[in-house]
Structures are given as structure tokens and as C-alpha cells.
Design a protein around this ligand. Structure first.
Ligand SMILES: *Cc1c(COP(=O)(O)O)cnc(C)c1O
Length: 389
């Protein structure tokens, strides 16, 4: 049993990168006195729209909110079915359940861990309304194929791009394809606003207006257009919406983070390539794959451990890495194994055999722009020692 280096400080699995730019921006926002949705949120939306080459952007307070609103504005209701992979965070499916809809899981590709497009047609029935590609770890799904299946079956697409801000598919940014695409600015995502999210969508005035309205109680006007000098007091509640609006404090952070995003992604790709090199001759460690037609935002670096010498297994490797002060996690525990989904729909692990198998052998290694090259080499060295021990 290897023993840890007691002097080394703990290396978390992920960390945001903030500095005086974000701090100053928040202070300016507080001094300006307008804290909730207002000019900074409008500016953040404009910058995001330009960065993504998206026709329209609506900022909200989480990706979970973005998914809930995008499903609702796409017309999802009770008894509808939503196709998604089980290899995702629970928000993708929970938002469907909140609308009375049923998440219909489709197994994944073993290498990218994205939805296996060739299994989608068999999951489509009269109740199916949308397909939700989840760009696992930032690697875009096979969007051309998904768009083709959606067209052929009269389905809509809502993309869960919580991992994929800055990713490209066939040289186009995720978020620029016109269908609603949901981003997350949770602290450990590729960029942060503390908590936050956004929907990029087509320049469809009605759809955009509906998303905005749903993000603020279903009210016809924003607070900014009611309480400022030129504002008027009258407003109408057009439907029972939610309290999902982004605040200017969040947007102030986001404006600064977005300026750094490409640098973050370049750094993530560099660090990932160091892992790739370190593991290239280690058959027990399978590195993540990158298809040729994409640019990878590298939100996660997920390895799959194969043919480990007994009694070593994934869980023991995680414990041993912790002894070396290395934090890891597992993305994700597939949703069909989670008690709520398992019990409600009667799932067995073998219903989605690829997701179950990949889950049992996966570890997400530390990857974030603040990491030094030596940190990656340290993690790689300890991991190689563990699997070779
Ligand atoms: C993080 C995450 C979400 C939820 O994002 P929040 O901004 O925390 O609501 C949704 N889907 C996936 C795949 C995620 O990883």
C-alpha cells in the first residue's frame, strides 16, 4: 500500500480561476446600486451572443433553470417523452420530470460517453418531443446525425451544453446552431458567475420573449424597465413563470470570465495533452478520445480503468489517490442507477450496459487552468504507480 506525502497540500478535482478583475467588477456593481437583472446582465448577454455567434442569448441563474425554461418554451408537457443519455447530471432529467414529462434514456458510446445516435431511432415513439444531446466533458455529440434524426421524426432539440461553452462542432461554436442550447456557470464549470446559466437560441422573437418571461414570474416586463426613471409601474402576469433571472452581480463576474475563457480552454487542452502523453503506454488507463471534427473545451478529463490487477478496482484507486492528496470525482453516476429514476421506472443496471460499465471504471482527474504542469505530472505519476502496484 503506497503511503501519501503528508507535506503536500490537497489538490482539488476542480477550482475556478478568479482574480482582481472579477473582484473589481463586483465592487463596481455594488457601488452602482443596481444589483439584480439590469445593464450588466444585458451586456453579458451581448458578449455571450458575440462569443458564441448565437442568434440570441437569455441569461438565467443556472443551467438547471435554462433547461427547465427551454423544455417549457419548446412545448414540453405531461406525458411527453424526452430522449437523453443517462450519463448526465440529474438536472437534465429532473427538469423534464418537473413538467410531468418522461426522460427516455438511450445508452452511450463507450469512447466519447455521448449518446449513441444509432440507438436513438428505436427510442422514438408517438410521445417523443425532443432529443437532448449532452456534450459530455465538453466533447460535442454527433450533432449532424442528431439533427437529421430530429428532422426525420419531427422532433426538437434542446442541447445540454453545461460542459461545452467554447467547444466547436465542425468549426461552429456550440450554441450557434439555432436550437436552444443551455450553458452552466457553476463554479467548477469552464467559466463561472458563482451560479448562473444561459440559453442560446434562434432569433425567434416569440421564443426569446417566452424564455425571458418564464425567467421572471411570467411577467411581461423586466424590473429594469419598471423601476428606473423611464420605467412605468404597470405590468402583466401572462403565465405562472419562475424566479430564474440572472443578477447583475453574477453578470459582472461573467463578463470578466468570458474574456478569459479561450485562455482557460487552451490551458485545459495543454494540461489534458500532458495526461495523454503520460498515459500513452499504460494499457490500464484509457484516455478520453477526441473526434477529428471538433474543438474540445475540456471541461473534464475522464479516464477509464481497464483490466486492473485484482483486488485493485476503481474505488480503491480513488482512495489511494486521496492518500496522495489528489481529489477526484466520478462523472457521472448514471441516472438509471439513481434511486428515484431506478425505482420510478424499474431500471436495472443492465438496461444501459455501456453507461453502467463505463461508470464502474471511470475517474475524473483534476483539470483546471490554475493547475501547474507539475501538478498534472504528479497526478499522472501517482496514478501510474497505483495501477502498476
Ligand atoms: C452542471 C450541469 C448541469 C446543471 O448546471 P447548474 O448550472 O448547476 O444548474 C446540467 N447538466 C450537466 C451535464 C451538468 O454537468
Amino acid at each position: 500500500m503506497p503511503s501519501g506525502d503528508a507535506d503536500r497540500s490537497f489538490m482539488p478535482f476542480s477550482l475556478p480561476w478568479l482574480n482582481e478583475k472579477e473582484i473589481d467588477a463586483v465592487v463596481r456593481c455594488l457601488e452602482g446600486g443596481w444589483l439584480t437583472t439590469g445593464p450588466a446582465t444585458a451586456e453579458f448577454e451581448k458578449h455571450l451572443q458575440a462569443y458564441l455567434s448565437a442568434p440570441s442569448v437569455v441569461a438565467v441563474n443556472s443551467c438547471t433553470a435554462a433547461l427547465h425554461i427551454a423544455y417549457t418554451a419548446s412545448g414540453i408537457g405531461p406525458d411527453d417523452e424526452i430522449i437523453m443519455s443517462p450519463m448526465t447530471f440529474c438536472a437534465t432529467a429532473n427538469a423534464a420530470v418537473h413538467l410531468g414529462a418522461t426522460p427516455r434514456f438511450v445508452d452511450i458510446e463507450e469512447d466519447t460517453e455521448n449518446i449513441d445516435c444509432e440507438r436513438i431511432p428505436a427510442a422514438i415513439n408517438a410521445k417523443t418531443k425532443i432529443i437532448v444531446p449532452v456534450d459530455f466533458a465538453g466533447h460535442p455529440c454527433r450533432l449532424d446525425r442528431i439533427a437529421e434524426i430530429a428532422r426525420g421524426n419531427d422532433l426538437k432539440i434542446v442541447e445540454d451544453a453545461a460542459h461545452a461553452i467554447g467547444s466547436e462542432y465542425k468549426e461552429k461554436k456550440i450554441g450557434s446552431f439555432g436550437w436552444p442550447t443551455c450553458f452552466s456557470f457553476y463554479p467548477i464549470k469552464n467559466m463561472t458567475t458563482g451560479e448562473g446559466g444561459a440559453i442560446a437560441c434562434a432569433d425567434d422573437l416569440e421564443f426569446v420573449a417566452r424564455c425571458r418571461r418564464l425567467s421572471l414570474h411570467g411577467i411581461s416586463k423586466s424590473g429594469w424597465s419598471r423601476y428606473t426613471e423611464k420605467g412605468t409601474w404597470y405590468y402583466e402576469v401572462l403565465e405562472p413563470g419562475y424566479k430564474y433571472n440572472m443578477t447583475d452581480i453574477q453578470a459582472a463576474i461573467g463578463i470578466q470570465q468570458l474574456k478569459k475563457l479561450d485562455e482557460f480552454i487552451a490551458r485545459r487542452n495543454h494540461l489534458a495533452s500532458l495526461y495523454d502523453q503520460a498515459f500513452q503506454d499504460i494499457p490500464e488507463i484509457r484516455c478520453p478520445v477526441t473526434r477529428g471534427n471538433i474543438h474540445h473545451a475540456r471541461h473534464l478529463y475522464v479516464i477509464q480503468l481497464v483490466d486492473l490487477p485484482r483486488p485493485l478496482n476503481r474505488d480503491r484507486v480513488i482512495e489511494q489517490l486521496r492518500e496522495f492528496h489528489i481529489g477526484t470525482t466520478v462523472n457521472f453516476i448514471p441516472l438509471h442507477l439513481q434511486p428515484y429514476y431506478r425505482d420510478r421506472y424499474g431500471f436495472q443496471p443492465q438496461d444501459f450496459p455501456v453507461a453502467t460499465r463505463v461508470y464502474q471504471r471511470s475517474i475524473s482527474l483534476p483539470l483546471y487552468p490554475k493547475m501547474k504542469d507539475e501538478d498534472v505530472l504528479y497526478v499522472a505519476e501517482q496514478l501510474i504507480n497505483i495501477v502498476k502496484s
